[in-house]
Design a protein around this ligand. Structure first.
Ligand SMILES: Cc1cc2nc3c(=O)[nH]c(=O)nc-3n(C[C@H](O)[C@H](O)[C@H](O)COP(=O)(O)OP(=O)(O)OC[C@H]3O[C@@H](n4cnc5c(N)ncnc54)[C@H](O)[C@@H]3O)c2cc1C
Ligand code: FES
Ligand code: FES
Length: 470
């Protein structure tokens, strides 16, 4: 049984947990305000909000529910466009959209309104740039984005003085009053659910599909997943944390891109992490996309994979994802990839944690991604670079590159060659040459092999630039 709260209503359903939430909402609950566009996470027409208790705090974020399995709704508050309506008048967000003339055919409008409602419920500062960033996953084909941006600006202005988001939106009558009671209701639901979830895992007969956020699996295998046996790891109690042990950062496999963005440890270690993360998909996808999902998907251009390869991250693989006992083996992430989508991993092994040495004081890190569009696009070529110096000599270097071979690549030879060198124009040119000899790009829709090789050279040059200036 899957239990959650949908708008103001308690749900208990025995339907397949692999069904996407979008189908449950539209076809089983007949809430047709949530639209179906691409079914691939790209258009944002199906945006809903997910509220959950995090350390006893009720937090909301937006998701594209065309890629969210029903099982991942367990124990949460799901909010659709119907759940934020006032009985007789428009709410503040809807009014802002109307005032700014931000809707024409209206197909994208529920998604845009939900993203802005999510911004109202978030703890983000009420700044226009944050409001506009909240709709970065919503595509509109007819109105034009300027009027949507004006609506976002109006929403941000109305949120001045917001402290506790849920209290603010209910006392200011921005969203319906029932939101004020959700925290208490989720608490009551929690105990019942944990017992039921453990029983489901024990009952599974076939080897289940492991699902994190579902943003890869539901694009690639939508029909297969509907009725599949699934082991849900997104909310696994041991798998979400990001913490520090000495000089190591340990990341749970189900930490999402947004979790990494919000982590104080990650922010401190990587000054520009927010800028890097903005190049990865869109807000609703970042709210679902997990680090282990990115590693195991094994896309040669996986952004998180490229990021963590440069840090020579290690992964702990376990044959048993249930909490408690620790068994299994540890391998460097760079040893996970054997060939295109071929992994050095048994089918029943799972990533149970990821760790890397935190950057040493005075070290330098950079991530670059070039795609046809700056935002909401996959990379043509991406690359990350970690470097430690003693005086003006390179002590340790880690260089990774994506889109230049069948797997995400740790450029082992170039990284090793750089050790002991001083950074000069000649060394950079030689490093580029070594890297270009290590890769094997192919020509495809994202560019010719010559272009990709040249592009990697330019990215390596950019990595070195701040160091060359010193
Ligand atoms: C619209 C859109 C835009 C995107 N943009 C980008 C982008 O810019 N950059 C980018 O890198 N990616 C992008 N992606 C791809 C995707 O979001 C990421 O790869 C994401 O990190 C996958 O994580 P997930 O949890 O959603 O994976 P899932 O779909 O849940 O799983 C992916 C694979 O990982 C396995 N898996 C999950 N957790 C574990 C675990 N703990 N142990 C073992 N196996 C596990 C699953 O079984 C599955 O094989 C995009 C996807 C969409 C839909
Ligand atoms: S239908 Fe397009 S993102 Fe879900
Ligand atoms: S109003 Fe028509 S797609 Fe946005």
């Amino acid at each position: 049984m899957i239990q959650f709260i949908l708008n103001d209503k308690e749900i208990e359903t025995g339907l397949s947990p692999g069904m996407v939430l979008l189908d449950f909402i539209r076809y089983h609950q007949h809430l047709t305000g949530t639209k179906i566009g691409c079914r691939e996470g790209d258009c944002g027409a199906c945006t809903v909000l997910v509220g959950e208790l995090v350390n006893d705090d009720l937090q909301y974020h937006s998701v594209t529910c065309c890629l969210m399995p029903l099982g991942n709704a367990t124990g949460k508050h799901i909010v659709t466009i119907e759940g934020i309506n006032h009985p007789r008048e428009l709410n503040m967000v809807q009014q802002a959209m109307a005032d700014a003339g931000a809707t024409q055919c209206g197909f994208c409008t529920p998604g845009v309104v939900m993203s802005l409602a999510g911004f109202c419920l978030s703890d983000k500062a009420p700044a226009t740039e944050n409001a506009i960033a909240a709709v970065d996953g919503n595509i509109c084909r007819c109105t034009g984005y300027k009027s949507i941006e004006r609506a976002a600006m109006q929403v941000a202005e109305k949120l001045r003085g917001k402290k506790d988001p849920v209290e603010f939106v209910t006392t200011q009558k921005i969203l319906p009053a029932y939101f004020a009671g959700i925290k208490e209701r989720l608490h009551r639901l929690a105990g019942k659910i944990i017992a039921a979830a453990l029983k489901d895992v024990a009952d599974a007969k076939e080897r289940p599909h492991v699902v994190g956020g579902g943003t890869d699996l539901y694009v690639q295998k939508h029909d297969e997943m509907k009725d599949a046996a699934i082991r849900f790891l997104l909310d696994h109690p041991d798998y979400n944390s990001i913490h520090r042990e000495g000089d190591r950062c340990i990341i749970g496999p189900s930490a999402t891109v947004s979790d990494l963005q919000q982590s104080a440890i990650i922010q401190e270690a990587f000054l520009h992490f927010s800028r890097y993360a903005k190049l990865i998909s869109s807000t609703p996808i970042r709210n679902m996309a997990t680090i282990a999902g990115n590693f195991i998907n094994a896309s040669p251009i996986g952004d998180l994979t490229i990021f963590f390869l440069a840090l020579d991250a290690q992964i702990n693989l376990s044959p048993d994802p249930s909490p408690g006992e620790r068994r299994g083996r540890s391998i460097p992430l760079r040893k996970l990839y054997k060939g295109y989508k071929q992994l050095n991993k048994d089918p029943d092994e799972h990533i149970e944690s990821i760790w890397f040495e935190l950057p040493a004081p005075g070290s330098c890190f950079n991530f670059e991604k070039v795609s046809k569009r700056t935002h909401l696009d996959i990379a043509s070529v991406n690359s990350a670079f970690y470097i430690e110096m003693t005086g003006d000599v390179i002590q340790k270097a880690g260089l990774s590159a994506g889109g230049v071979g069948p797997v995400p690549m740790y450029l082992e030879k170039t990284s090793a060659w750089l050790q002991g060198k001083k950074i000069t124009e000649e060394v950079i040119a030689a490093a580029i040459k070594t890297a270009q000899a290590e890769i094997s790009p192919i020509s495809d829709a994202r560019g010719s092999k010559e272009y990709k090789s040249l592009l990697l050279g330019q990215l390596i040059r950019i990595h070195f630039m701040p160091l060359l200036k010193k």
